[in-house]
Design a binder for this molecule. Sequence first.
Ligand code: OAD
Length: 245
Amino acid sequence: MVAEAAADTRATIAAAKHLLVLTGAGISAESGVPTFREAQTGLWERYDPSQLATPEAFAEDPELVWSWYRWRRSLIREVEPNPGHAALAHMQEAAEARDAGFTLVTQNVDGLHAVAGSRDVVEFHGNIFDERCSRCHRPGATSGPEVETPPSCESCGGPMRPGVVWFGERIPEQALEAATTAAGRCDLCLVVGTSSLVHPAAGLPEIALAAGARVIEVNPETTPLSPRCDRVLRGTAAQVLPGLV
Ligand code: OAD
């Protein structure tokens, strides 16, 4: 049954004119990056992100927030893309080879899609290896050795912060524009490994549905999006995605 659904989905993907893929923490789970919400391994189990991933938390205790991100960067440096990431890179190659449109939007900040070979990835929530000044917003990158406390901005002396999107912050204009345009234009939207709870990312499949696209979800668990999907493939990204290309 699952094999049949995969074969059918493979044909649907191969026929799509513009494919939008939206990924969340679930696609990196099998690489060893903890997801946000799952018990035992989820970052939310060990920490309360609402007290860490906010501009207010950084203003109150920059060192605590900085050290949390330093820990997450060191964890991400140790891991590798899994067959799910690789399958999406192949999916893009196949789409481009037949002149179909392909847009990959990720909520993940780990950069693993690019390592796996995906190009022009729309990083909806930024990248954990970027930095910017919390005061003057000047960008920088964490190319130097990890330090215990936030470095000072070369321009204004303000504390540097991770270049990610925190709760209550706006999505970078360019990423929002690229993602919403692709959602409105796509005829097929593949949603992988996201709880579909955090907006505006969770609204992208809704835009696709409203525009008449088919939506397919890959997730071992039911999400609020599941009942609205044309097809749900229950399994992990590394199990299911290689069978779709
Ligand atoms: P979550 O941690 O909320 O959800 C992870 C999803 O992945 C769940 O639906 C799981 O069932 C699913 N999952 C777990 N293992 C999987 C696997 N091996 N293969 C496929 N799916 C799997 O992560 P996101 O939905 O990405 O935002 O969270 C969205 C945003 O909320 C994050 O980007 C972050 C977070 O708070 C910010 O930091 C702004």
